[in-house]
Design a binder for this molecule. Sequence first.
Ligand code: SAM
Ligand code: DTB
Ligand code: SF4
Length: 352
Amino acid sequence: MQSIEYRRPGSGPVWTPDAILDLYGQPLNDLLLRAQTVHRLHHPANAVQQSSLLSIKTGACPEDCAYCPQSSRHATAVEAEPLMAREDVLAAARAARDAGAQRFCMGAAWRSPTERQLDDVIELVRAVKAMGLETCATLGMLKPGQPERLKAAGLDYYNHNLDTARSHYHEIITTRRYEDRLDTLARVRGAGLKVCCGGIVGMGESRRIRAALIAELASLAPPPESVPINQLVKVPGTPLADAPALDPIEFVRTIAVARIAMPKAVVRLSAGRETMDDSTQALCFMAGANSVFRGERLLTTPNPGPDADARLFERLGLHPMPDAAALPESTPAASQAAPSRAHTAGAPAPHA
Ligand code: SAM
Ligand code: DTB
Ligand code: SF4
């Protein structure tokens, strides 16, 4: 049995990669029961948060992320488009709201926005917020002061993924460092924004690397409020177009360990649903996923449309997550779920 390292006095356990790996190795039934138990302590059992995604600025990105169809380094079918017109973005937000989305996430293929680019996004955030939607943006790395400007405009969440484990990062991206991502995340947190941070699996990585990614996410202090787990969408023209298929059960295990390691987070079954069958998605919800992107498209790739999702939700008895304000005081529970005794064996006592 592996131990959990305690290095965050007063704020719950920090999961080591070995402890996460140990969870991964449990019999699936045991893992799912534990994940479902943790889930029900902190979240309504059958409610799924629904976000809608729009690529407000597409392609021609200078970064070389090996998975991404929007990198200018890869010859993909994505056509570069400048920042969308305000009316078009607002029409998309209105349609998303009317179709039942609770949050509207705007994505831009930038390495890092300039102040002028941020001015434009800030106007969009103000207008989307005024429609009664929660707002999220993913714009690349942010410089000091930029998260504060977004917060003042009414931004609720900033999405910035770690994408993979620290040790594997240079295999996937060479144009920025892991620390750059962590710096932006610290700035986002420091400005009082909620953090949406996750990663991608199915990029040919080992289970150990997946475990290290989850441990890294769970070690953010505090952990992210929202954790998107993306399955690689293999896009022709990207270096990862022919990555080996990930076993669906391994994906389900990844959701389960994310749920257990980050009990209070909303775990989003993010990219990859288009090629996932209903049974796998059902197992993901059982493993603790409680958020999806709704709508025909993610940023540049397809997503199951509203009809397919309506049928799936009906079959599974899932319903949209009520507003946080409407939840009873006791949901989600206030404390972090403690790791099981088996996992604490041999660990030093927490300093709390
Ligand atoms: N440029 C910004 C950045 O990198 O932070 C924001 C947009 S970027 C497309 C947002 C996230 O989408 C990436 O961090 C990655 O996790 C995810 N993503 C991009 N391409 C993907 C793919 N082919 N499959 C799965 N996830 C992908
Ligand atoms: C996240 O983790 N996944 C979303 C959102 N954050 C921005 C993006 C998925 C993109 C999938 C590939 C595409 O559609 O271009
Ligand atoms: Fe650019 Fe973001 Fe795609 Fe990387 S993931 S190439 S930063 S759009």
